[in-house]
Design a protein around this ligand. Structure first.
Ligand code: FES
Length: 181
């Protein structure tokens, strides 16, 4: 069993536990999963096992919990995770037609990560912003009213951000607020 999470975020783990009564360590599962994603890069088997051990649970339960949330990522991913909505309202506003444009600009197909490791593209169900369809979520930010021109501009801006801030190339993760990108 690895202890990368404890090595990197020992004090943050204790702070998460301190929010709950003694004996209720399982209540800190979600904060610890955020930290584990930052520590390991994604929620690998090792990451899940370490969280399970810390909260006194089993890894199947923790895996099931993580699987419920779309921003917990079980596979290696890029610095920018693009969750592109192609549910019905967005599709009616052109998201299906625009997807090939986005794939070409990012350099990867939906469900894949670009060869340079910068982008992961996922098609997702409704993100509850249908009034501004088509839309996408990029890491923690929503972008709205997409069309081929705005997608082109958006990807150009993301590449420029990555060029000026090499940390942006690291896998998108969660951690203490100061570490959230
Ligand atoms: S269908 Fe895309 S945000 Fe609702």
């Amino acid at each position: 069993m690895t202890d990368l999470l404890q090595q990197r975020f020992g004090s943050e783990i204790q702070a998460a536990f301190a929010r709950y009564p003694a004996g209720r360590e399982k209540s800190a599962a979600l904060p610890l999963l955020y930290l584990a994603q930052a520590a390991y890069g994604h929620l690998s088997t090792e990451a899940i096992e370490e969280v399970a051990q810390l909260i006194g649970s089993d890894s199947t339960h923790v895996r099931g919990l993580a699987g419920f949330y779309s921003l917990f990522l079980e596979q290696p991913h890029g610095g920018f995770v693009v969750q592109y909505c192609n549910d019905l309202p967005c599709a009616l506003r052109g998201s299906e037609d625009f997807l090939p444009v986005l794939e070409e600009k990012l350099g990867c197909k939906a469900g894949a990560t670009s060869a340079d490791g910068l982008f992961t593209l996922e098609c997702v169900m409704c993100l509850a912003a249908c009034d501004r369809a088509p839309m996408a979520q990029i890491n923690l930010d929503y972008v709205y009213d997409l069309n081929p021109e705005s997608l082109d501009l958006l990807v150009t801006e993301l590449r420029a951000k990555a060029a000026s801030d090499p940390e942006r190339r690291a896998p998108f993760g969660f951690g203490p607020p100061s570490e959230m990108k």
